[in-house]
Design a binder for this molecule. Structure first.
Ligand SMILES: Nc1ncnc2c1ncn2[C@@H]1O[C@H](COP(=O)(O)OP(=O)(O)OP(=O)(O)O)[C@@H](O)[C@H]1O
Ligand SMILES: [Mg+2]
Length: 456
């Protein structure tokens, strides 16, 4: 018998979940992994086993639904080579006949016991447990999970993942008893929202652990399940006295040395008022000072952005600028969240620019937009020295959150002055308010960027 250390943590196979759970699950835990159709339950289970084997823990996958060749092929496409692991003797796959009657249960439990004795797995997945539990009433379910599966897991130090199918729109998990008995409950949700499926994991319960985050967005890619980083972790950020150039020298003076490091700048104004131009000009001027820029456009194509950037700074300035485009109208909210996170984390830029945030509002609605803006601001600030967000708004009264949360708010618009159309810039909010900053400024587009032409 294995002596269990109370503090020993075993990885779930997903670093972000381990992080949320302060190291992962407890050894000998029985986990119920619930999920909607196509939510990635099997991929999750496979990853749990695969990464366990990488850490020296033999894995057994029992799958009632898929034959071995199908599973191997499918997982290989996601980067997991189970055939190789089987050949090395660290993995075993069983595809038993479906259980249609409780009389079939004893042969199954005998098979399980035999495999455990012979193969000595440290991780087991049963995919899925639904058919078995559906044959039982509540007291039998309790006995089967508690007296058989949990005792087995704890006695032998096996971490056991039980997959449970939850139909779409079903409010309850299983028979209403399963969740109480097991050590941990994860729920992979695939939810229809605004004409698309959104994916998120709910961490519903983990015995003996503080759950710091309950909801994690994810997307399924050719590398498997990719979770977005939870917001409440590592959100410290510092505001500094140092400034970064706004891209316009005379504006930097008015701002007391540019935008302060650690701040967020909201750039608002109606269509064609010059928000993107201002942001691109800022990008180019900072890139020329060797700052690394990540520009995420939620609206324009990469080619359009490149064309505009080249006009401002020539090809040289592009070296330090990484351009990414995401179209909220074609992607579910959860994917957009995950992609945004992947980009910030991969690039770790000095300056992060998100252009066209209004598309997020239009695509997902006010509630999601508010939640995004409010939750993300400090997180974004913690990732870079400066965050610039542009948003098309016809009136300042419409600003939906950016005005409270931004450290600077710059409003651009097009007005008629002396019989000419002018681009006007006003500093609505600043970290260094002063008399000069209260003026209205008129912008001029010159060969390599933007300048302030006059003020009034
Ligand atoms: N290479 C891939 N790239 C992107 N998505 C993929 C890829 N392979 C599979 N998927 C997605 O993964 C999901 C299926 O994953 P999985 O089989 O783990 O789900 P499941 O919850 O086990 O499904 P079921 O309810 O059928 O058992 C599908 O939504 C599918 O679109
Ligand atoms: Mg499956």
């Amino acid at each position: 018998m294995i002596i269990l250390s109370k503090l020993e943590s075993v990885s779930t196979g997903f670093p972000i979940i381990d992080n949320v759970l302060d190291g992962g699950l407890g050894r000998g835990n029985v986990v119920l992994l619930c999920g909607n159709p196509g939510s990635g339950k099997t991929i999750f289970g496979a990853t749990f086993i695969y990464n366990g084997i990488k850490n020296g823990e033999n894995g057994l996958y029992i799958n009632f639904n898929e034959v071995k060749s199908e599973f191997y092929l499918y997982m290989k496409r996601l980067g997991m080579d189970f055939k190789a692991l089987e050949e090395k003797g660290s993995f075993k796959y069983i595809n038993p006949l479906s259980i249609t009657d409780l009389r079939d249960l004893t042969p199954f439990t005998d098979l399980l016991a035999k495999e455990i004795t012979a193969f000595k797995p440290r991780r087991i997945v049963i995919d899925s447990i639904t058919i078995i539990l559906d044959l039982m009433d509540k007291s039998k379910i309790r006995a089967f999970i508690s007296n058989f599966l949990m005792r087995l897991a704890k006695k032998l130090g096996i971490t056991l993942l039980l997959i449970y199918d939850v139909p779409f729109n079903e409010p309850r998990i299983g028979h209403g008893i399963e969740e109480f008995i097991v050590d941990a409950v994860f729920y992979l949700k695939r939810i229809w929202f605004r004409d698309k499926y959104n994916y998120y994991l709910e961490i519903r319960k983990v015995r003996g652990k503080e759950i710091k985050v309950n909801k994690l967005f994810y997307r399924i890619t050719s590398n498997g399940i990719v979770f977005s980083k939870p917001l409440s972790l590592n959100n410290n950020h510092h505001l500094s006295e140092r400034g970064l150039t706004s891209g316009i020298d005379s504006l930097d003076k008015i701002l007391n040395g540019g935008f302060k490091e650690g701040s967020l700048v909201g750039l608002i104004g109606p269509v064609a008022s010059g928000k993107t131009l201002f942001a691109l000009n800022l990008a180019v001027k900072n890139a020329m000072k060797n700052k690394k820029i990540l520009l995420i456009s939620l609206r324009e194509s990469r080619d359009t952005i490149l064309y505009k950037l080249k006009k401002i700074g020539g090809a040289n300035s592009l070296m330090n600028i990484e351009i990414k485009t995401i179209n909220p109208f074609t992607l579910p909210l959860s994917t957009v969240q995950c992609k945004l996170d992947e980009y910030y984390q991969r690039e770790k830029p000095d300056i992060l620019i998100i252009d066209g945030l209004e598309t997020y509002l239009i695509a997902y609605g006010m509630e999601e937009f508010y939640s995004y803006v409010y939750q993300r601001v400090n997180y974004l600030k913690s990732l870079s020295k400066l965050v610039i967000v542009t948003m098309t708004l016809s009136s300042i009264n419409q600003t939906v959150g950016i005005e409270q949360l931004g450290d600077y708010l710059i409003q651009l618009d097009i007005i008629e002055k002396d019989g000419e159309l002018k681009r006007r810039l006003r500093i609505i909010k600043s970290l260094d308010p002063n008399k000069e900053a209260e003026k209205q400024f008129y912008l001029k587009i010159i060969k390599n960027g933007l300048v302030i032409e006059s003020s009034s």
